[in-house]
Structure formats: C-alpha cells, structure tokens
Design a protein around this ligand. Structure first.
Ligand code: SAH
Ligand code: SF4
Length: 345
C-alpha cells in the first residue's frame, strides 16, 4: 500500500472483484485487470486501454500497482543468482534463482524478514523475526525476477517460516495461481515448513501446494535441540499431520534432512528415518550441512553421506542428495539474511 491506496498486486481475484463492486463496476473486469498487471506488466491504469476513461480514473484514485526491481543482483559461479529487494520501510528480502535443465529455473522466495523459529543450524533463524511479508511483497519477488527469464518452479524456502505468516502466504499463492495472472499451477509450487502442525491443516483447507517438511532429526531429543518448534509439536504429531495431508495422484511430501556431523548422520538415524516415513508417500532430500560462521556444526564426510543415502535407497525410499548451489554468494539453504549482511560482514 502507498499513500493509503490499495496495492492491486496484493489482491486475490475475490478481493479485486469486491473492490470493483465497491466502485460500482462489473466483476468480470477483474480478470481484464489481472491480465494487464501480470501478463503485460502494466503499472499505470492509463495504459489499460480496454477500460473506460472514468473507470481508469476511479481506479487510480483508490488503487496503485507496485512493481519491484532488484536493488542488487549477485551471480554465483554455478549460475545461481541472488536478488536483493528493498522494502518501503527500509527492510530487505532476498530471492534466489537456481538454473535447472533446459533454460528453466527454480525460484526460492522469502515469506518473512528474518524468522522466529530459532533453528540451531540456520543463519536466518539466528537473527529473529523482524516482520511478516505482505502478499504483494511475496508476489513481487516472483514478478521482479521473471524479467531475467522463465521460472519453472517456485519454492517457499527463503527467509522465514511460511506457516508463521499463513494468511498472507495463502493469499500470495492464490495470486500466483491465477489463470489470468501468472498462472503457476499448484504442482509447480512447494511450501517448506519447520512443522507448525495446526497451520499445516489450515493450509490444506485453503489452498493446494506441494509440501516439504524440514525434518532434520529422527528423535524428539535431537529435534528439540535443533528445532525448538519440536517441543510444541513433537515428531509423532508432525508425522500424523503428514499422514493426513491430502496428496494428489503421484504427489509426495518432501522431507528435507540436513546431515550434520555427529548429530543426525548415523545409520541408526537412517534406520529410524525409514520407520518414521512408514505409510507416508514421501521422498527425502538430503542436504549436507552448509557450514557458516554462525554455527559450530560441521558437514559429515563424503562416506557418511553416501552410507546414509544408500541405506534409504536400499529400502526403496526415494532419497535425493540436494546440491547446495550459490554457496560463494551466500545464496545457499539457510544462508539468506537480508539486510543483516551488512551487520555481520
Ligand atoms: N522455514 C521453512 C522454510 C525454509 S528455511 C523451513 O524451515 O522449512 C530454509 C531451508 O534451509 C530449510 O529447509 C532448512 O532446513 C535449510 N537450512 C537452514 N540452514 C541450513 C544450513 N546451514 N545448511 C543447509 N540447509 C540449511
Ligand atoms: Fe526459520 Fe526455516 Fe531457518 Fe528454522 S530453518 S530458523 S524455520 S528459516
């Protein structure tokens, strides 16, 4: 919002239709406006030539359309790019574009400035939460990066805990999915959570999305220590919620598992992981811990990582090893920290 005007970038179709009703206009015009905004990148109502002059003026009095350009872009040796966006209140957020096969890319976006969850291994978490992002601030990360080329998939795995900002994240997903807007299919979007169980249910009641769980441990004792949220929603509750998650055909839940030397990387852990996943249509993403100055944890050696992965594969569990890209520009998992860069460098 700026000058007290409603930012159309933050409105779902229903909300835009309601605004039109308030202005005494037909609701079908919402789709017309969405096409101008998302498919043609128009930010000035005057350019919406299929709307009458009076209508354009009325809209301009009540509403605005924000549009973002990155303040800084860093490119990694492996082609990964990190975008820094400045927010109107001076805060900043980061999004990361990871090139995939055939010119497509995966975009990793943020949902909060900072994060309140305090996971022990995560740099973002060590700074605490500054504030939630509004729907338009989530959507604008996508629009602001798309100028650089097509985006195949979106992952909500940047800064923040998406389910700790549930309402705004749900609105942003609905906007990203709009047929007359960006038209992302829900199967191309993945939301990653540290495991806020009640919010998981509220999420699937409202919107479809691929689910990823940051699991990272196989006992409550270790998970309590790594991820304080586990004290509130222990493993049994988390896994029960995963069993209830309504999966579409051929859809799976992704379990992210950061391998940390001497903490969660033993074969006993692998064995417990197999048990935990019993009866869940899931796959495991193994992420070797990204070492950073803010943490004493270390990455396991290569042989340990291989043994862990093999144990899972031998038991018919899909276990992919996720390469952490963009390490040289601090764009890798858990390294995003926005404006805090300046404080710590
Ligand atoms: N808050 C959500 C959204 C993504 S957080 C969540 O926790 O799921 C960022 C992701 O980076 C998580 O998957 C987390 O497990 C991972 N991560 C955090 N610190 C990391 C580190 N040091 N090395 C590797 N992955 C890390
Ligand atoms: Fe927050 Fe996710 Fe980092 Fe945990 S891993 S502190 S939930 S961003």
């Amino acid at each position: 919002m700026s000058h007290g005007k409603i930012d159309l970038k933050g409105l779902t179709l229903d909300q835009l239709q309601q605004l039109l009703v308030d202005l005494g206009k037909e609701t079908y015009r919402a789709k017309q406006i969405m096409r101008w905004i998302y498919q043609r990148g128009v930010t000035d109502f005057e350019q919406m030539t299929d709307l009458g002059k009076d209508f354009r003026q009325k809209l301009a009095e009540r509403a605005c359309i924000s549009s973002w350009q990155p303040e800084a872009v860093e490119e990694s040796r492996d082609g990964t790019k990190k975008y820094l966006f400045r927010l109107t209140d001076g805060e900043s957020v980061e999004a990361v574009r990871i090139p995939m096969d055939e010119g497509r890319a995966t975009l990793c976006i943020s949902t909060q400035v900072g994060c309140a969850m305090q996971c022990q291994f995560c740099l973002t978490g060590s700074f605490g939460l500054t504030r939630n992002l509004r729907p338009e601030e989530i959507v604008n990360q996508v629009c602001g990066v798309m100028a650089d080329g097509p985006i195949g998939n979106i992952v909500l795995m940047g800064m923040g805990e998406p389910l700790h900002n549930l309402e705004n994240v749900v609105a942003a997903l609905k906007i990203l999915y709009l047929d007359d807007g960006l038209g992302f299919g829900s199967r191309r979007v993945t939301l990653s959570t540290s495991g806020l169980v009640p919010e998981m249910k509220r999420l699937w009641e409202q919107v479809k999305v691929n689910l990823a769980i940051s699991l990272n441990a196989t006992t409550d004792e270790v998970r309590d220590r790594l991820m304080p949220i586990n004290k509130k929603y222990p493993l049994a509750q988390l896994m029960a919620a995963c069993r209830e998650y309504p999966l579409g055909p051929r859809q799976r839940i992704t379990f992210e598992y950061i391998l940390i030397r001497g903490v969660n990387d033993s074969l006993a852990d692998a064995k417990r992981l197999v048990k935990l996943l019993h009866g869940i249509r899931g796959k495991v993403n193994l992420i070797p811990f990204n070492e950073h100055a803010g943490s004493e944890f270390k990455c396991p050696d290569e042989a340990t990582i291989r043994a862990f992965q093999s144990y899972l594969l031998d038991r018919q569990i899909v276990a992919i090893r996720r390469a952490s890209k963009g390490q040289d520009i601090s764009a890798a998992c858990g390294q995003l920290k926005g404006k805090l860069d300046k404080l710590t460098e």
